[in-house]
Write a new protein. Structure first.
Length: 344
């Protein structure tokens, strides 16, 4: 029976299956699912965990020895078998099918490994286990699925991340669940249940003792091209993640777009800033920017940022910083530059 990773906790509450197959391209999610199965098994009296790793010379008799142990005094056992990129082969396939034919109620088998191809899913051993157990495919998470994963982990850690902070974390970790989860655990220790906004989180992620990405935001808003290039060079020297810089530039462009829209609807600058929660010490910078930049200019900058994001994430930018420099300088000019080629 196929279930997805987000359905596993609810399924485990209904009881344990005799066999689990957890396969996927996202190793953190695979490990997380295996850990959930082991935790549920322990709660149900499976106190012994046997960890085995399949290799070229793997001896399936070792699995037999643990699976077929039927002593009244033996512990209930979970066998965790990492296929380690290997296929069970003819010998392993025969052993696995025998386990299905004569299941041991005091033993659970958890197989895990890389993505299960269609060839594997059509194999006799896979079909036999799938008929009696659970198949949990783990796919890379994107879009709303990734956001739901993040929301769930924030709830489990009782973390109070504001929406802009969640977006910062997703942008800077780029779908790497392990990196994202490690940051969540650090934030849980640092902040507990205190609210964390995007600005605070980005300062933590980028280590403000070495550089400050908000210096770049201030420089582009003020229109100081020399300062902009100086800050961008420092960020590059400090190995700042390009997606974090693009996030900061996008945030400022979107804020300018909202300001222009409000002013076009008849709202004066002061009230527009109030509605958008722009601090008083930042309002002068936005005012300077609006004297240079109109709605068409902002749309052009946002288009450049969208092109950059797509090209960078597809691995088509050998040198992202020249493109970031072009976008940054576009903030400083009264007329936008022609769009460069974003694919190299």
């Amino acid at each position: 029976m196929r279930i997805y990773a987000n359905q596993l906790p609810q399924q485990l509450q209904k009881g344990l299956a005799p066999f689990y197959m957890v396969f996927g391209e996202e190793p953190f999610q695979v490990n997380e699912c295996v850990a959930q199965i082991k935790h549920s098994a322990k709660q149900q009296g499976f106190d012994e965990v046997i960890k085995l790793t399949a290799g070229a010379q793997f001896d399936w008799q070792e699995v037999d020895a643990h699976y077929q142990s039927m002593s009244l005094f033996s512990a209930r056992t979970l066998i965790e078998l990492d296929l380690n990129g290997q296929k069970p082969g003819k010998t392993g396939s025969e052993h696995l099918k025998r386990y299905v034919d004569a299941p041991n109620p005091d033993c659970v088998i958890v197989l895990h490994g890389a993505k299960a191809s269609q060839e594997i899913q059509r194999s006799a051993w896979f079909k036999a286990l799938d008929k009696q157990g659970m198949f949990v495919p783990c796919y890379p998470l994107t879009g709303p699925h990734l956001r739901r994963w993040l929301d769930g982990h924030c709830r489990r850690l009782t973390l109070n991340l504001e929406n802009d902070a969640k977006q910062v974390l997703l942008d800077t970790t780029e779908g790497n669940l392990l990196a994202c989860h490690q940051e969540l655990e650090k934030l849980s220790l640092l902040f507990g249940q205190k609210a964390i906004d995007g600005r605070t989180l980005l300062r933590i992620l980028l280590n403000q003792n070495r550089f400050d990405i908000f210096d770049l935001a201030n420089a582009v808003l003020s229109g100081d091209s020399d300062k902009t290039m100086q800050v961008l060079q420092r960020l590059q020297n400090d190995n700042t993640e390009p997606t974090a810089i693009a996030w900061a530039l996008t945030k400022e462009a979107q804020q300018l777009q909202k300001l222009i829209a409000l002013q076009n609807s008849g709202v004066d600058f002061a009230n527009a800033c109030k509605q958008l929660a722009i601090w008083k010490n930042q309002q002068g910078l936005y005012s300077q920017a609006l004297h240079r930049i109109n709605g068409h200019h902002v749309t052009h900058i946002l288009d450049l940022l969208a092109d950059f994001d797509g090209a960078y994430k597809r691995g088509r930018l050998a040198s992202p910083f020249p493109m970031l420099a072009h976008i940054s300088i576009s903030f400083c000019r009264s007329l936008p530059f022609p769009a460069p080629c974003f694919e190299e």
